[in-house]
Design a protein around this ligand. Structure first.
Ligand code: ADP
Length: 222
């Protein structure tokens, strides 16, 4: 489904930093992949390139057979909205809005009408076991619950790939377990899951392991 070939990404603010160097990666629909590697090795950049949040400077990135290199920003935003959901270490929930409103906001730029968005948001909260907290302010939720709301927001619009950058980085081990159980459940239901993590336990959850070192991707042999 996703095929990166010879991907380069160099940041340049003053002096050039090569974040990805000739990175190659093929992801098949339905996989559960975890990505590890030293800090600064290019993991987040890889995730951002995969999710069309960032543009590589070189190489080929095909999404469902379509080469994305030459696509304009509007088309990229459209593909991103349909295909990808994002979960980050910081939950990025808005205080003063209910959880269901937070989940709806994730679909604001998608293809769904307002009424459909509410229905999908409620269904997503049910899916993460927080339907009963739909009117709660995120400030009244625990860290694990907040991340589950963030996951509901990421999957409510029915993406095919969930991209998670250190999703358990702010959680203790008990709540990490609930988030991992949820990711596994979503994967079993067909969602492709990619998780960047420092945590060996989280890394071991994936069916396939990748390691990024100096901007290059290698398979972890298990
Ligand atoms: P990781 O996620 O493995 O910690 P990153 O992908 O965040 O690594 O970063 C890879 C390299 O690119 C690092 O050297 C980092 O400092 C650099 N980098 C990341 N984002 C930027 C940016 N926006 N501007 C400049 N350099 C960046």
């Amino acid at each position: 489904m996703l095929e990166l070939t010879g991907i380069d990404r160099t940041y340049d603010d003053g002096h050039p930093v090569s974040a990805l160097r000739k990175a190659n990666l093929t992801l098949t629909e339905g996989e559960y992949v975890t990505v590890t590697g030293p800090s600064g090795s290019g993991k987040s950049t890889l995730l951002n390139v995969i999710g069309l949040l960032d543009r590589p400077d070189g190489g080929s990135y095909r999404v469902c057979g379509v080469e994305t290199a030459g696509l304009g920003e509007r088309v990229r935003v459209g593909i991103r909205g349909q295909l990808f959901g994002f979960v980050f270490q910081a939950f990025h929930l808005l205080a003063g809005r209910s959880t269901v409103e937070n989940v709806e906001l994730g679909m604001l730029y998608g293809r769904h009408a307002r009424r459909t968005r509410r229905r999908l948001a409620v269904a997503a909260l049910d899916r993460v076991g927080l339907g009963h907290r739909r009117h709660a302010d995120p400030r009244t939720l625990s860290g694990g619950e907040r991340q589950r709301v963030a996951i509901a927001r990421a999957v409510a619009g029915r993406p095919r790939v969930l991209l998670c950058d250190e999703p358990t980085g702010n959680l203790d081990s008990a709540t990490t377990a609930t988030v991992l159980a949820l990711l596994r459940e979503l994967n079993t239901a067909g969602l492709t899951v990619v998780v960047v993590t420092h945590d060996e336990r989280v890394a071991a959850e994936g069916d396939r392991g990748l390691r990024v070192v100096d901007g290059t991707v290698t398979e972890v042999v298990r």
